[in-house]
Design a protein. Structure first.
Length: 202
Protein backbone atom coordinates (compact mmCIF):
# COMPACT_ATOMS: atom_id res chain seq x y z
CA UNK A 1 0.00 0.00 0.00
CA UNK A 2 1.39 3.36 -1.02
CA UNK A 3 0.50 6.13 1.41
CA UNK A 4 0.44 9.07 -0.98
CA UNK A 5 -2.29 11.45 0.10
CA UNK A 6 -1.26 14.26 -2.27
CA UNK A 7 -3.03 13.32 -5.47
CA UNK A 8 -2.76 16.71 -7.13
CA UNK A 9 -1.49 17.27 -10.67
CA UNK A 10 -1.28 13.60 -11.69
CA UNK A 11 -3.85 11.13 -12.98
CA UNK A 12 -3.79 7.73 -11.27
CA UNK A 13 -5.56 4.44 -11.70
CA UNK A 14 -8.47 5.40 -9.47
CA UNK A 15 -8.99 8.51 -11.64
CA UNK A 16 -9.34 6.66 -14.93
CA UNK A 17 -13.13 6.37 -14.80
CA UNK A 18 -13.38 10.14 -14.22
CA UNK A 19 -11.29 10.86 -17.32
CA UNK A 20 -13.38 8.48 -19.40
CA UNK A 21 -16.71 9.63 -17.94
CA UNK A 22 -18.99 12.65 -18.21
CA UNK A 23 -17.04 15.88 -17.72
CA UNK A 24 -20.15 17.99 -17.15
CA UNK A 25 -21.18 16.62 -13.74
CA UNK A 26 -20.69 18.31 -10.38
CA UNK A 27 -18.68 15.32 -9.15
CA UNK A 28 -16.29 15.57 -12.08
CA UNK A 29 -15.80 19.33 -11.64
CA UNK A 30 -15.04 18.91 -7.93
CA UNK A 31 -12.55 16.16 -8.75
CA UNK A 32 -10.90 18.24 -11.47
CA UNK A 33 -10.50 21.27 -9.20
CA UNK A 34 -8.79 19.05 -6.63
CA UNK A 35 -6.43 17.74 -9.35
CA UNK A 36 -5.47 21.30 -10.23
CA UNK A 37 -4.82 22.07 -6.56
CA UNK A 38 -7.56 24.68 -6.49
CA UNK A 39 -9.65 22.85 -3.92
CA UNK A 40 -8.83 20.21 -1.31
CA UNK A 41 -8.81 16.57 -2.30
CA UNK A 42 -12.02 14.82 -1.34
CA UNK A 43 -11.05 11.67 0.53
CA UNK A 44 -13.10 8.53 0.01
CA UNK A 45 -11.57 6.74 2.99
CA UNK A 46 -14.04 5.02 5.31
CA UNK A 47 -14.23 1.88 7.44
CA UNK A 48 -14.40 -0.37 4.38
CA UNK A 49 -11.68 1.23 2.25
CA UNK A 50 -9.36 1.48 5.27
CA UNK A 51 -9.80 -2.23 5.98
CA UNK A 52 -9.23 -3.02 2.31
CA UNK A 53 -5.94 -1.14 2.40
CA UNK A 54 -4.79 -3.01 5.53
CA UNK A 55 -5.56 -6.37 3.94
CA UNK A 56 -3.79 -5.75 0.61
CA UNK A 57 -0.37 -7.10 1.60
CA UNK A 58 -1.61 -10.17 3.51
CA UNK A 59 -3.88 -11.11 0.58
CA UNK A 60 -1.00 -10.76 -1.88
CA UNK A 61 1.28 -12.77 0.41
CA UNK A 62 -1.30 -15.53 0.77
CA UNK A 63 -1.94 -15.75 -2.97
CA UNK A 64 1.79 -15.76 -3.69
CA UNK A 65 2.43 -18.52 -1.14
CA UNK A 66 -0.26 -20.78 -2.60
CA UNK A 67 0.88 -20.19 -6.18
CA UNK A 68 4.65 -20.24 -5.75
CA UNK A 69 5.16 -16.59 -6.67
CA UNK A 70 7.71 -14.01 -5.62
CA UNK A 71 5.42 -11.03 -5.20
CA UNK A 72 6.67 -7.46 -5.56
CA UNK A 73 4.52 -4.91 -3.77
CA UNK A 74 3.79 -1.19 -3.93
CA UNK A 75 5.45 -0.36 -7.21
CA UNK A 76 4.79 3.12 -8.60
CA UNK A 77 5.29 4.16 -12.23
CA UNK A 78 5.25 7.78 -13.40
CA UNK A 79 4.89 8.97 -16.99
CA UNK A 80 5.80 12.63 -16.53
CA UNK A 81 5.03 13.61 -20.11
CA UNK A 82 1.44 12.43 -19.71
CA UNK A 83 1.06 13.41 -16.04
CA UNK A 84 0.25 9.82 -15.13
CA UNK A 85 1.24 8.36 -11.75
CA UNK A 86 0.03 4.82 -11.21
CA UNK A 87 0.36 2.68 -8.10
CA UNK A 88 0.37 -1.11 -8.21
CA UNK A 89 -0.66 -3.39 -5.36
CA UNK A 90 1.54 -6.24 -6.53
CA UNK A 91 3.28 -7.85 -9.47
CA UNK A 92 5.04 -11.12 -10.19
CA UNK A 93 6.58 -12.48 -13.40
CA UNK A 94 5.14 -9.65 -15.45
CA UNK A 95 1.61 -10.09 -14.12
CA UNK A 96 -0.04 -7.17 -12.32
CA UNK A 97 -2.16 -8.02 -9.26
CA UNK A 98 -4.88 -5.60 -8.16
CA UNK A 99 -6.55 -6.40 -4.83
CA UNK A 100 -10.25 -5.63 -4.39
CA UNK A 101 -12.01 -6.36 -1.11
CA UNK A 102 -15.72 -6.16 -0.41
CA UNK A 103 -18.33 -6.86 2.24
CA UNK A 104 -19.75 -10.36 2.56
CA UNK A 105 -23.33 -9.09 2.22
CA UNK A 106 -23.17 -7.20 -1.06
CA UNK A 107 -26.56 -6.34 -2.51
CA UNK A 108 -25.17 -6.95 -6.00
CA UNK A 109 -22.48 -9.53 -6.81
CA UNK A 110 -18.92 -8.21 -7.12
CA UNK A 111 -18.20 -7.26 -10.73
CA UNK A 112 -14.50 -7.21 -11.70
CA UNK A 113 -15.53 -5.77 -15.08
CA UNK A 114 -17.40 -2.76 -13.71
CA UNK A 115 -16.57 0.58 -15.36
CA UNK A 116 -14.56 1.80 -12.37
CA UNK A 117 -12.47 -1.34 -11.94
CA UNK A 118 -12.01 -2.00 -15.65
CA UNK A 119 -10.86 1.55 -16.44
CA UNK A 120 -8.41 1.45 -13.53
CA UNK A 121 -6.99 -1.86 -14.74
CA UNK A 122 -6.73 -0.65 -18.34
CA UNK A 123 -4.67 2.35 -17.25
CA UNK A 124 -2.47 0.17 -15.04
CA UNK A 125 -1.75 -2.14 -17.97
CA UNK A 126 -1.06 0.73 -20.38
CA UNK A 127 1.40 2.50 -18.07
CA UNK A 128 3.08 -0.78 -17.15
CA UNK A 129 3.80 -1.58 -20.80
CA UNK A 130 5.29 1.88 -21.31
CA UNK A 131 8.00 1.20 -18.70
CA UNK A 132 8.34 -2.54 -18.15
CA UNK A 133 9.74 -5.09 -20.61
CA UNK A 134 7.75 -8.06 -19.33
CA UNK A 135 3.94 -7.90 -19.42
CA UNK A 136 1.78 -10.99 -18.93
CA UNK A 137 -1.57 -9.45 -18.07
CA UNK A 138 -3.49 -8.27 -15.02
CA UNK A 139 -5.41 -10.25 -12.43
CA UNK A 140 -7.89 -8.80 -9.96
CA UNK A 141 -7.76 -10.63 -6.65
CA UNK A 142 -11.22 -10.43 -5.14
CA UNK A 143 -11.45 -11.03 -1.39
CA UNK A 144 -14.52 -11.12 0.81
CA UNK A 145 -14.17 -9.41 4.18
CA UNK A 146 -16.28 -10.71 7.06
CA UNK A 147 -17.57 -8.41 9.86
CA UNK A 148 -14.81 -9.47 12.25
CA UNK A 149 -12.14 -8.58 9.69
CA UNK A 150 -12.90 -4.89 10.02
CA UNK A 151 -11.84 -5.02 13.67
CA UNK A 152 -8.40 -6.40 12.82
CA UNK A 153 -6.04 -3.42 12.76
CA UNK A 154 -2.93 -5.42 11.81
CA UNK A 155 -3.89 -8.41 9.65
CA UNK A 156 -1.19 -10.87 8.59
CA UNK A 157 -1.04 -13.73 6.13
CA UNK A 158 -2.32 -16.03 8.88
CA UNK A 159 -5.59 -14.07 8.95
CA UNK A 160 -6.29 -14.71 5.26
CA UNK A 161 -8.67 -17.48 4.19
CA UNK A 162 -7.34 -18.54 0.78
CA UNK A 163 -10.71 -20.02 -0.16
CA UNK A 164 -12.11 -16.47 -0.14
CA UNK A 165 -9.70 -15.28 -2.84
CA UNK A 166 -11.06 -15.31 -6.39
CA UNK A 167 -8.75 -14.43 -9.29
CA UNK A 168 -10.22 -12.60 -12.29
CA UNK A 169 -8.13 -12.05 -15.42
CA UNK A 170 -8.76 -8.69 -17.10
CA UNK A 171 -8.36 -8.34 -20.87
CA UNK A 172 -6.36 -5.40 -22.18
CA UNK A 173 -8.48 -3.13 -24.40
CA UNK A 174 -6.64 -0.89 -26.86
CA UNK A 175 -9.89 0.90 -27.72
CA UNK A 176 -10.41 2.00 -24.10
CA UNK A 177 -6.85 3.32 -23.87
CA UNK A 178 -7.22 5.26 -27.12
CA UNK A 179 -10.36 6.91 -25.73
CA UNK A 180 -8.58 7.64 -22.46
CA UNK A 181 -5.53 9.21 -24.12
CA UNK A 182 -7.73 11.30 -26.38
CA UNK A 183 -9.51 12.83 -23.39
CA UNK A 184 -6.25 13.16 -21.48
CA UNK A 185 -4.70 15.33 -24.23
CA UNK A 186 -6.50 18.50 -23.16
CA UNK A 187 -5.84 17.85 -19.48
CA UNK A 188 -2.07 17.43 -19.66
CA UNK A 189 -1.09 21.08 -20.26
CA UNK A 190 -3.47 22.27 -17.53
CA UNK A 191 -2.04 19.79 -15.02
CA UNK A 192 1.54 20.75 -15.91
CA UNK A 193 0.73 24.44 -15.59
CA UNK A 194 -0.92 23.89 -12.20
CA UNK A 195 2.08 21.89 -10.97
CA UNK A 196 4.56 24.57 -12.12
CA UNK A 197 2.51 27.29 -10.46
CA UNK A 198 2.48 25.31 -7.22
CA UNK A 199 6.26 24.81 -7.36
CA UNK A 200 6.77 28.56 -7.80
CA UNK A 201 4.83 29.35 -4.63
CA UNK A 202 6.57 26.77 -2.40
Amino acid sequence: MIHDHDRRFYIGGSDASKVLGNHNTKTYKEWWLSKLGISDHISSDNLYTAAGTRYEHPILDCYAKHNGLEMNKDRQIILEDKMLRVNYDGDADGVIYEVKTHKHDLVKPFDPHSKYIDSQCQLQMYVWQEKQEQFNGLIVLEYTLMPEDYENENPTIDDIDYSRITAHKIKYKQKTIKQFLKKLETMIPLLKEAKERSNETT
